[in-house]
Structure formats: structure tokens, C-alpha cells
Write a protein that binds this ligand. Structure first.
Ligand code: PMP
Length: 337
């Protein structure tokens, strides 16, 4: 078939829509906190989250390096968004995929993965990382037992770090024309905060890189004391904030500060973001806002010239979990009464 050529807005596949997301001034929050604050709205990616950048980059690299070949199955342990990106890239490129997921993930996320054609294995959320039934162990076992698989391994894949370095970091530097002074992002694998932060610091070492972590996560103690407190229990219910292992993509040397966010305040921030700025984002976006507020309280004399907050995904994924509207719609017959 002859292809149509030369028309700029045409994508040859949806994957060309990965990245180049809008950077939006948060008008209310900037007024409220008295500094310039911008949100990087990653819901504009094709599967609705920042993870499209990561998965697209890792899979392209794996194909070039000959580690991923036609007919293979992509496997990973994922709390949801990475899985959706894997499922999308796999379907577009013709791979199969198997995803291990925690059984407390939002039901809509699981259904969505299946609609994209992924095989989803639910694993007990309370299993310790080294438990054979944990989602980490299950992914590893599936890969070990099946030679025709490619382990995406988002927690420990160097190309995950490089994806954010080359994509998110570079893009932010261009979009802010080098004026960014502070970068805030929720950390789970820590890939976003580390890779983006590393690129920004390589351009200007004075830029501060701050991550939002949750109560009970192992990341903050590791960042501050270099220790892995295996027995901590991840207390958050916010997807995408906090971790129970130390991923090697979490680079503590790049991160200036880990702020322990408050769940309820983060959820309220996300709700405010919707009604004040019109940005419908997940709870981890609210956590980045909480980290900013806590940072300003802790360092009132650190001048924020331009803060950028990562908003990793769309709020629609959390309907019924974070977002609810109890008000019934009004009946037409009652409207003019
Ligand atoms: N927010 C959401 C909604 C996520 O899905 C994730 C990743 N699981 C994050 C934040 C954290 O991103 P990262 O893994 O790059 O630290």
C-alpha cells in the first residue's frame, strides 16, 4: 500500500505521541504560595501516564541491542501505569506481555490492562518482596522459567534512568529555557526524580531535586542514612508514592531531599488541582504538591524561582478510589421549579 507522505501532523503510529507534554502554569497555587509553579501534565501521553516515555525508550533500546525479538513476551512487575504502557507498546509492536500486579491496584487499571491485551497476574499486596508470591518474585520466576521472554525490569534497568534523563529531563530544560530552579516528583521506582533530576543538574548544578515519599516507605531512610529498612510497612494508599525495595534507578546522590508527604493532604491537593486549575490528575500529583508545600515550610529562605511538579497520570483512573461525587444529577422535570 502506498503511504501518504509529507503531512506533518500525521503519526505513523501512536508511539510518536509519547512525550512533548504540556508544561502548565498553576495560577492558583503560584498565587497561594507566592512563587512560580508549573505542572508537567503527563496524562497527555498515549496511555495516559509518564511511563510511556520509559517503556518506549527501554523497548526501542532492547530491540536495537537484539535483546527483544519478534515473538517474545515482555514481562514486568508493575503497580499499573508501567503495565499499561507495556501493554500499549506491546500491542502496537506485536509482542505479548505478562504483568504481575499487586492485588490492591485500582480495579479499573487491571481491567484496562486486560482490554489492551495483557495477561495480568494478581499477587498479594502484603507479600514481602522476597516472598515467592510477591509481584517482584513472580515476574522474576516467569522470566527464569521462560527463555522467550524479555524482562523489562523497571526497578533495575539502567535504560529506565536514561529514559528520563534523555526524555523528561531534556524536555523540561528546553521548555523552561533553563529557568527551572526546583523539580518535585513522587518517587516509587525513583526513575522520574533521578533521571530527570540528573539531566537538570548536569545543566545547572544549583537546581534542587526533591522527591515525595510516603510514610512507611524505605526510600527516605535510604536517602538519608543509606540503609534499607526491610521491615518498614508501606503505609500509603497512594499509587506511585513510596516503595518497599530500593530500586537501582533510585539515585540518592541526585536527590536533595525526600519529603514525607501526608496522604490526606495529597488527595486534597489533587482535588484542588482539579477545581482550581482544571487539571485532573492522580493522587501522586497531589503528593508532589504536598512535597512542595512541606519544602517551603522547611526552607522558607530558599528562593524558588521556578518550581516544576511532575503530574504522572490522569485522575480518571482513580474514580471511586480518590475521586467521588455524591451529588446526584438533577432531574430535568425539577429544573424550572
Ligand atoms: N505516580 C504514579 C501514578 C505512578 O504510577 C508512578 C510509578 N509507579 C509514580 C508516580 C512514580 O514514578 P517513578 O516510578 O518514576 O518514581
Amino acid at each position: 500500500m502506498e503511504k501518504i507522505r509529507g503531512l506533518k501532523p500525521l503519526y505513523s503510529s501512536l508511539l510518536q505521541g509519547v512525550g512533548n507534554t504540556p508544561l502548565v502554569r498553576l495560577n492558583h497555587l503560584s498565587e497561594e504560595l507566592g512563587c512560580e509553579i508549573y505542572g508537567k501534565v503527563e496524562a497527555f501521553n498515549p496511555s495516559g501516564s509518564i511511563k510511556d516515555r520509559v517503556v518506549n525508550y527501554i523497548i526501542n533500546k532492547a530491540e536495537i541491542e537484539g535483546k527483544l525479538k519478534p515473538g517474545m513476551t515482555i514481562v514486568d512487575a508493575t503497580s499499573g501505569n508501567t503495565g499499561l504502557s507495556i501493554a500499549l507498546v506491546a500491542l502496537i509492536k506485536g509482542y505479548k506481555c505478562i504483568l504481575t500486579i499487586k492485588d490492591n491496584s485500582a480495579p479499573a487499571k487491571i481491567e484496562q490492562l486486560q482490554l489492551y491485551g495483557a495477561r495480568v497476574i494478581k499477587c498479594p499486596a502484603d507479600a514481602k518482596p522476597d516472598d515467592p508470591l510477591s509481584y517482584y518474585s513472580m515476574a522474576q520466576k516467569i522470566v527464569n522459567d521462560n527463555p522467550n521472554t524479555f524482562f523489562l525490569n523497571q526497578n533495575h534497568n539502567e535504560n529506565h534512568f536514561l529514559a528520563h534523563f534523555n526524555s523528561t529531563g531534556n524536555e523540561l530544560w528546553q521548555q523552561t529555557q533553563g529557568q527551572i530552579t526546583h523539580f518535585f516528583a513522587s518517587a516509587s521506582t525513583g526513575g522520574t526524580v533521578s533521571g530527570t533530576g540528573a539531566f537538570l543538574k548536569a545543566q545547572n548544578s544549583k537546581i534542587k531535586v526533591i522527591c515525595a515519599d510516603s510514610k512507611g516507605s524505605v526510600l527516605k531512610p535510604y536517602h538519608e542514612e543509606g540503609i534499607y529498612l526491610k521491615d518498614l510497612k508501606k503505609a500509603t494508599s497512594l499509587e506511585g508514592v513510596g516503595k518497599d525495595i530500593i530500586p537501582s534507578v533510585f539515585r540518592k546522590d541526585i536527590i536533595d531531599e525526600c519529603m514525607e508527604i501526608d496522604n490526606d493532604a495529597s488527595i486534597q491537593n489533587a482535588k484542588d488541582l482539579l477545581v482550581q486549575e482544571g487539571i485532573f490528575a492522580g493522587g501522586s500529583s497531589g503528593a508532589a504538591i504536598d512535597a512542595l508545600k512541606l519544602y517551603i515550610k522547611k526552607y522558607p529562605h530558599d528562593k524558588i524561582g521556578m518550581a516544576v511538579l511532575s503530574f504522572p497520570d490522569h485522575g480518571i483512573k482513580y474514580m471511586g478510589k480518590i475521586y467521588k461525587s455524591d451529588a446526584p444529577a438533577e432531574d430535568a422535570a425539577d429544573f424550572f421549579k
